[in-house]
Write a protein that binds this ligand. Structure first.
Ligand code: UD1
Ligand code: M6R
Length: 365
């Protein structure tokens, strides 16, 4: 039921303050984290030599968003695998690995085949899924249900933010035996508690994103530059734009700009630069300067109050978002891009909930 909304994607975007609340319900306990599905396995995970994240599409992007804080809070090296590519390469997976499978549906064929492969290789297999009783949930050794509620739109929105929050709780739980990072963990836990309120705040950008969409409706392409915690935001924002608005879009690592993408820059190609506050902020400021000096058509996402810090001469369009704990910022930053993709799709006259050629759950290879 869509209620007062026109489309499921729209409903699911606006539902995020609630879906994130249910993802965290009963799991932030006495200033710590309680994940019932992992507690018996935390010691094994802590002893593993590597965490390998495996998924497809948006679920892969959510894992990519989690990678920096999993490395930081656990000290365990993290590698990333697109499920089909792991299978194509028959890449090495070892008994000492913790393989984390991320899938909204829990039924994606490539992800399940990669699971069979990791099980055969003796890794500890952990699931992160929205679907209780799914094949992924049943076949993994343990895991976390993200409890975002049923997602109907083919474009994944609320599952993405709940996946990131579930993995943040997972990283906090794995790292909870480390005294040196206690203060950092406390700050992230407090950031988690206030996240639904900040998500409600960022959803107020709906009207602005509709207006931005109308200025981009005839563009042929849209680039999104991010780095650090928000490299994943760039990939996921671009995936939303291409899969529902049927517009070419690429998410790129801002650190790679000079190694090719800069050649594309002119006064017509719209480029979104994500430059919210974190350790990479000054690097993003210099990326913006270099793009402006090539007359790039920029839309800059920054933390509230930073408009003049990111764009001193007022020559770019600015999206100001609430600032949260740096590692949780991807949860906030994706939302304006989800809204943008939604409005672009409506304005371009395409089917929002059932994009051309796509299925909600890809059960064939
Ligand atoms: C569980 C209950 C929840 C109840 C809570 C109270 C279920 C599904 N969940 O939640 O209703 O409110 O206890 O204590 O009954 N698992 C996998 N692979 C996955 C996902 C999960 O093996 O991909 C396993 C977990 O290891 C766990 C079980 O499924 O054994 C349930 O996981 P989860 O729902 O995340 O656990 P709780 O949050 O404890
Ligand atoms: O159900 P899963 O999370 O395993 O699905 C993975 C992808 O098929 C899925 O995320 C796809 O990329 C979505 N259409 C993205 O919106």
């Amino acid at each position: 039921k869509k209620g007062s909304y026109d489309h499921f994607m729209q409903k699911e975007i606006h539902e995020q303050p609630h879906s994130l609340t249910t993802t965290m319900r009963g799991r932030l306990k006495d200033g710590g984290i309680l994940l019932g599905g992992l507690k018996e396995h935390l010691r094994t995970i802590r002893r593993s030599r590597r965490v390998v994240f495996i998924g497809c599409g948006t679920s892969y992007n959510a894992a990519l968003a989690a990678r920096p804080f999993v490395e930081e809070l656990t000290g365990i090296p993290v590698t990333m695998e697109v499920a089909s590519d792991l299978l194509d390469r028959q890449g090495p997976i070892y008994r000492e690995d913790t393989a984390v499978f991320v899938s909204q549906s829990g039924e994606t064929a490539d992800t399940l085949l990669a699971l069979d492969y990791a099980l055969e290789n003796g890794a500890l297999c952990v699931g992160v899924t929205n679907t209780v009783g799914s094949t992924l949930s049943r076949r993994t050794h343990c895991g976390v249900h993200i409890n975002a509620g049923c997602e109907i739109g083919v474009a994944s929105t609320k599952a993405y933010t709940s996946q990131i929050v579930a993995m943040a709780m997972m990283a906090l739980a794995i790292g909870s035996d480390q005294i040196s990072t206690q203060a950092r963990r406390d700050a992230i836990i407090s950031g988690l508690s206030s996240l639904p309120r900040n998500v409600s705040e960022v959803l107020k950008l709906d009207v602005d994103m509709k207006e931005l969409a109308s200025s981009l409706v005839d563009s042929e392409s849209l680039l999104v530059f991010g780095r650090g915690y928000n490299y994943a935001t760039a990939l996921e924002g671009a995936l939303k734009v291409k899969e529902v608005a049927l517009m070419h879009s690429e998410g790129m690592l801002a650190g790679e700009m000079k190694h090719g993408p800069l050649a594309l820059v002119d006064e017509n190609l719209p480029i979104i630069v994500i430059a919210t506050r974190d350790a990479c902020f000054s690097k993003q400021q210099s990326v913006i300067q270099q793009l402006l000096s090539r007359k790039g058509r920029l839309i800059v996402m920054c933390s509230k109050g930073d408009a003049s810090a990111v764009c001193p001469n007022g020559s770019c369009r600015v999206i100001e978002v609430p600032e949260v704990a740096d590692c949780l910022q991807p949860v906030i930053n994706i939302i304006p891009l989800q809204l943008l993709a939604y409005h672009l799709t409506v304005l371009r006259g395409f089917d929002v909930d059932q994009p051309r050629n796509l299925a909600k759950s890809v059960t064939t290879q």
